[in-house]
Design a protein around this ligand. Sequence first.
Ligand code: BES
Ligand code: MN
Ligand code: ZN
Length: 489
Amino acid sequence: MIELAEEKSGEFQAQFVFEKDPKIAAWGREIERAFSGAYRKSFYVPGDRKSVLLVGCGDGAALEILKVRELAAFAARTLKELGIGRCCLDIGPLTERLGEASLIQIVLGLMLGTYEYQARCGEPGQDSRIHPAEWKNPGQEQQVCYQLYGAGAGRESRELVDEARELARDLMFVRDMVNTPGNLLRPMDFCRAIQQYLKDTRVEAEVISYEQLKFLGLSGLSGIGGSSEFPPCLLVLRYRGRPGAQENIGLIGKGVTCDTGGYCLKAAKSMAGIKGDMAGAAAVAGAVHGAAARGLKVNLTAVLPLCENRISPSSHLPGDVIFCGGKTVEIVNTDAEGRLILADAISYGIEKEKITHVLDIATLTGAVWQALGYTIGGSMSDDEAFYRMFERGLASCGERYLRFPFGEEHEKMIKSDVADLKNVGEDCCGVITAGLFLRHFAKGLPWIHLDIAGTAWNKTPLYAFDSKGATGAGALSLYYFLKEAEGLL
Ligand code: BES
Ligand code: MN
Ligand code: ZN
């Protein structure tokens, strides 16, 4: 729990301290010898009536938002290790240097710093899938109760704290979904979990069933999803925060709850993490929740194709030609399934839901991971004003994307001899050809594409606010983009 306090009270206090702070010398020789205020170094001063944890912030140079989040997460972890259940935290030193932006980062760091996925497994002989009601309050209960005081913790900061708490919860929901094993989160489980999570908001949900998908001719999604005993669906979420306006932002997220590759089966060592191939859809769900909970003044429609990609007698085979998203597509590789289900979802959004802007997000290519690794996502766009809005939002959340260029030479790579398009390009340019494939279905509307295949997941967390496994990548980028779009789109 996190609340604002007028002044410090209680037995335990934590204090952010910069290097060369004259206070350090004033605390006496012993502390001065043990604690210099260096970045991410702490010193605990136990006492009879009050104990203080000093958290070093470094010299303050290049202290950007991620470093503030990191310091708060580091403090949270240290307090948890010390077994402290309630702590008063002086945030003044940070807010004085970085302004109100740092308050959001502090709350995010405190809440995410001690996040851990609660591992679950199925009971033998029972339905091992988890009832979605469990996801009402994602993440574990906050164990430490924080009272923030000092400069920047006045009553006027109430709204910022509420917003940050909301975002932290949304991120924990995204991480929980992505961390959940594939056998416990089938497409329909995922669909129900999202609906459950959105229950208290003004978001309207509609589920297009497998039968309907076949009837409607969404054959990318029904064909791939039909490879599994656990059926696919299309989840549509509508939120109208700006009822009078024509604009309707389409958020399209890839939701493959398990990607074996199909007949172009993945090698055993590439199978690690295949349960996380729904991180795009999870990020969209988190951002939609955030937007609705905070009442952002935007209209948006999320279209989430949810399915598994497996081997079955009916699975696609290389060489098959399907009609998908209004075009014929030659399937060259059954492991390039994401773009097929996204093509259907984008087309559905434009035709049936009248979206006016397209933003798709997906764990789409291994190539983006090879190019940029775990910390930077890939992006593409064909609309400068739309992309600038997205980019402005990034400054508030610290996520990074490299925008890939594209041209006619890349278009040629996905031309097919037997269909309008093929689902794989050449040996090079894997990020670009995957993105360009999707652009064909955006029908000239302003389009942004985000490839989070590298950033959705980490093996070794880089920061204290990260945990092993799911990162929640994309959710904050989308939320802050929607905030930038308020009143404009
Ligand atoms: N979901 C994968 C992409 C992926 C790879 C995500 C590694 C996370 C880690 C996607 O469906 C896929 O298999 N893409 C293929 C495309 C190729 C066949 C053109 C890939 O990147 O290898
Ligand atoms: Mn695949
Ligand atoms: Zn995939």
